[in-house]
Design a protein around this ligand. Sequence first.
Ligand code: UT7
Length: 331
Amino acid sequence: MTRSRITGIAFHVPERVVTNADLEKLMDTSDAWIVERTGIRERRFVEPGVGPADLAAEAAKKALADAGRRVEDVDFIVFATITRDYMFPGSGALLQERLGLSTVGAMDIHNACSGFVYALATADAFVRVGQYRCVLVVGAEVQSTGLNLSTAGRDMAVLFGDGAGVAVVEPSADESRGVLSCVMHAEGAHAKDLWAEAPTSLVMGRFTQQMLDEGRGYPQMNGRQVFKHATTRFPEVILESLERAGHTLDEVALIVPHQANKRIGDAVAERLGVPPAKVFQNIERYGNTTAASIPIALADARDQGLVKPGDLVVLAAFGGGFAWAASVVRW
Ligand code: UT7
């Protein structure tokens, strides 16, 4: 079977920068608390009317240029998001239309923070069996319109940002380079430790006035529980993906984790016994962009010269589901 490879990567974030000082005006929080507990200094928010498919379209054009491909070369889209433009259809179909891709197939993956790695694994499988030859793997989120930007929602509101990252995945011309392994896990027993209850198919009208009044459409999180599981599952899944690929931690040039909290990234480095610089973090500038955070971080790291041809890179994520996943890539 042919190996798949990321041949192009790029990201796009909205222009509007929202600093911690901006959030201080909306809720009882402080720059000092946010920086100390999360490492975040600023994030980007869209202007009203902009959805994940819009952000993804911009990132996709840049990623295709990076791969040296034209839009017409794309033969499939895998779109990871939990903030899709509408309940249905999926944002993949909207992106397909935005790019003018006629009847090219498109699917959504609704898997929270691990969505991009699940999407990459899906594209990898399609390319390896020869079904598709130029797949857009998208992570895009507009979290800002779904946050409770008041003191009642401050634990979640300070964490999230908007953005999109896209990878172009194609057959690898060089067998030694490309996606070497993908591993995926989930534990639905923790579904309600990180979730948004509504809109829900369980009630008529998907939303009741009571649910609206109680803010049950906003994301809810048991922060400490998420933190505890994340710091265990990240190292575990990184080592599992390396074992599956037949490589060891000391061969890794860079780990690119989902950007959940700088303290989680630091704890992952510590538990693995690797220098903090080996775990790439840019949460300071973009916050947690859920499914978009890995492709944004990977593109950022590559653009900074931290990912070079031949480097062994591990992408790893943990989040809602709980679901967690990792992929080893020879760049
Ligand atoms: O993408 C995956 C999803 N999310 C994550 O991975 C996040 C995982 N969890 C975390 O990162 C952390 O649990 C948080 C950053 C969310 C919270 O940090 P923490 O150190 O666990 O704080 P805490 O929830 O224990 O709250 C400590 C205090 C509380 O006040 P009291 O009860 O001690 O008086 C909170 O009410 O901080 C208060 N607090 C805030 N204060 C100022 C909570 N949020 C804020 C805020 N600003 N934004």
